[in-house]
Design a protein around this ligand. Structure first.
Ligand code: 4AD
Ligand code: MG
Length: 440
């Protein structure tokens, strides 16, 4: 039996001066006379392994010379501290065991077009930049859940196959569900998480959500992951406070734990370091004023009549006026979902907010206080042209012990794109699903 790896590259400093066996893939190779330099990648990091002809058996040297990009192997040797080495250590190789010799690897260390890379996404995820991005994504999802758990929230998962719409009817993916008619892939877990909220007080769901959006923008996927907290006895104001604490905690944890990955991505961390509560807030009305005065500053940004939704250029302009994420609150009810509580002072606007990320990344969170009055909710369901029968269970939540409650949803990919500073959302999820892409 071959030896299991006795060390990981990330923790190699613990083995300084010792003999170890590392298992991984070849990320690069250069030869210089009696020396072969192998760059080994094991998933935790990269290290240079030096094979000196005089120190190894002839077969070992030949094996090292034969290694190709992405070949898998086990490398044994002594860990040597070396200030000039990127991670501070190198391996003085004593043995090389090839696990599989890879034929010519499709992704070479040259510039490839994004379409080519997307077509090879299953291999592209090994590249340094993609690796750093997806690690940051993993940190964000872990941080989000652990922070909510620490605040007493209980994870309560929503179904994906659902009988009716929750966020508009124009972007539903439908499938035939046996003899029961159409099922729709969930656009949000919110409605179900509201049922959980009435059982646990504070809950969240976390899972994939689906929107058949025909938009081909850098911010839209048809399948994305959303984390959706919901709190009982909580107002719009409470909701904003929760969001700013939640987002700051996630950003600060990524800064602490993923500094190396942020550096790989050449992320300027100054705006992330400023991401501390309280976040500025402006109303939709004030946002329209701001747009009227400054629209010329952003390409494609035009003044908006009251009642129209913000587009990407409007969000970019608004965010550019602030040094950290900004809430835009109290949108016209008519352009928002049926379940949002109207502002009692001004019923034509909703007690809702979108959180816009800095630097042109746009909306990362949408949330609101929910209607808790059964009669009002019934009227709204009808006014939106939805079938009341489909929502009886949801109305029950307002019949039995109804309370003011609020919640929000944060898109993991949008949050990752901003925090990691990557232009297009497609690289923030292992296998993006978009209007024109479903492979691999
Ligand atoms: O604003 P949205 O549509 O809100 C909801 O679905 C609420 N039910 C959430 C809640 O209150 N529980 O979506 C929330 C977030 C957006 O801010 C964005 O981050 C992300 O989900 N999102 C998308 N991300 C990628 N691609 C898309 N097509 C997205 N649509 C929404
Ligand atoms: Mg939204």
């Amino acid at each position: 039996m071959p030896l299991p790896p006795s060390a990981s590259i990330a923790a190699i400093s613990r083995h300084s001066g010792q003999a170890v066996t590392l298992a991984g893939w070849i990320a690069g190779k250069t030869e210089k006379g009696k020396l072969v330099f192998l760059r080994l990648r094991d998933g935790s990091g990269l290290i240079q392994c030096v094979v000196f002809r005089k120190n190894v058996a002839e077969e070992t040297f030949t094996a090292a010379q034969s290694l190709t990009l992405e070949s898998s192997c086990r490398i044994s040797g002594v860990v040597r501290a070396d200030e000039r080495a990127p991670g501070g250590f190198e391996i003085d190789v004593s043995n090389v065991e090839i696990v599989q010799l890879a034929p010519e690897y499709p992704i070479q260390p040259k510039e490839h077009g994004v379409e080519f890379l997307m077509e090879h996404r299953h291999l592209w995820v090994r590249s340094a930049k993609q690796h750093a991005l997806l690690r940051i994504r993993a940190e964000i999802t872990a941080a989000a859940q652990e922070w909510l758990n620490d605040q007493g929230f209980v994870r309560f998962d929503s179904p994906i196959l659902t009988p009716c719409a929750a966020e508009g009817t124009s972007n539903l993916f439908a499938t035939q569900y046996f003899d029961l008619g159409s099922a729709y892939l969930g656009q949000t877990g919110q409605l179900y998480v509201e049922a959980g909220m009435m059982s646990f007080g504070k809950v969240y769901c976390f899972g994939p959500t689906f929107r058949a959006e025909k938009s081909k923008t850098r911010r839209h996927l048809t399948e994305f992951w959303m984390i959706e907290p919901e709190m009982a006895f909580a107002t719009h104001e409470d909701n904003l406070v929760l969001q700013e604490q939640f987002v700051s905690a996630i950003v600060q944890r990524v800064l602490e734990r993923r500094a190396a990955d942020l550096a790989t991505l050449e992320r300027d961390t100054a705006t992330l370091e400023r991401c501390l509560p309280p976040f500025p807030r402006i109303t939709y009305d004030d946002a329209l004023d701001l747009i009227a005065r400054h629209h010329a500053e952003v390409e494609g940004c035009t003044p908006l009549p009251w009642g129209e939704d913000l587009g990407a250029p409007h969000e970019t302009l608004i965010a550019s006026r602030f040094d950290r994420p900004v809430f835009v609150e109290r949108f016209p009810s008519a352009i928002k979902a049926f379940y949002m509580e109207p502002d009692p002072q001004r019923p034509d606007v909703a007690l809702c907010a979108d959180l816009l990320a800095p630097e042109g990344y746009g909306e990362i969170i949408g949330g609101s206080q929910r209607i808790h009055d059964v009669a009002l909710l019934e009227r709204r369901i009808r006014a939106y042209g939805l079938n009341l029968d489909d929502y009886q269970w949801y109305l029950d939540l307002r019949r039995y012990g109804s309370v003011p409650h609020s919640g929000f949803g944060m898109g993991i990919e949008r949050a990752t794109a901003w925090i990691a500073g990557t232009h297009h959302i497609r690289e923030t999820i292992p296998f993006p699903r978009m209007l024109y892409r479903m492979y691999p």
